[in-house]
Design a protein around this ligand. Structure first.
Ligand code: MG
Length: 200
């Protein structure tokens, strides 16, 4: 197993939509950023990359790169998912905490949970969305997100579909072995059990 932690913050800004967890929320201000400013997806992306020691969101998607201007942060998350898959891991669960004064997250936490679970190809039960207001921090103009992920090693022995092939004869055993070795499945010409010269 491996663990990853991510953190992000964005300032509120008027005139842009508020994107959190892949959802566009009804709020007078959005989050400023080079991309769509989705603070929650950025924290989860960093947690995933951190879990496999693959760098961070800035090393994959530099803020100065015009390709990522107003980019959908789901792209960043999908890239991190690809990184952990290449490293041979799958997600066990994700736990997150949002820190922001408004909007209130409680009433929409279930929708956020479903959205993030869908983006991560997980069940909602494997995703936790918690929220706090920044009491005493004097940070009402900022949204902060923390994320922790736990990864499990993929069990490769479960992977090859060929292993599920019913083996009911010596010939099919040989075919399964050839498939696993990446060899041609073409059957070699079989020798007749008798000498063909004899029957002419
Ligand atoms: Mg960010």
């Amino acid at each position: 197993m491996r663990i990853g932690y991510g953190w992000d913050s964005h300032a509120f800004k008027s005139g842009v939509p508020l994107k959190i967890g892949g959802l566009t929320l009804d709020h007078p201000e959005g989050l400023a950023g080079h991309s769509d400013g989705d603070v929650l997806l950025h924290a989860i992306t960093d947690a995933l990359l951190g879990a496999v020691a693959a760098g961070d969101i800035g090393s994959f998607f530099p803020p100065g790169d015009p390709r990522w201007k107003n980019a959908n942060s789901a792209i960043f998350l999908a890239t991190a998912l690809e990184e952990i898959r290449h490293a041979g891991y799958t997600i066990a669960n994700v736990d997150t905490t949002l820190v922001l004064a408004a909007p209130k997250i409680g009433p929409i936490a279930e929708k956020l949970r479903e959205s993030v679970a869908t983006l991560l190809h997980l069940e909602p039960r494997d995703v936790s969305i918690k929220a706090k207001t920044p009491e005493g921090l004097d940070q009402d103009h900022v949204a902060i997100a923390h994320a922790v992920v736990l990864l499990e090693k993929l069990d490769r022995s479960d992977q090859p579909a060929q292993m599920a092939v019913a083996v009911d004869s010596q010939a099919s055993i040989e075919e399964v072995v050839r498939n696993l070795l990446g060899e041609s499945t073409a059957q070699p010409a079989r020798k007749p059990a008798f000498d063909t010269e004899d029957i002419t």
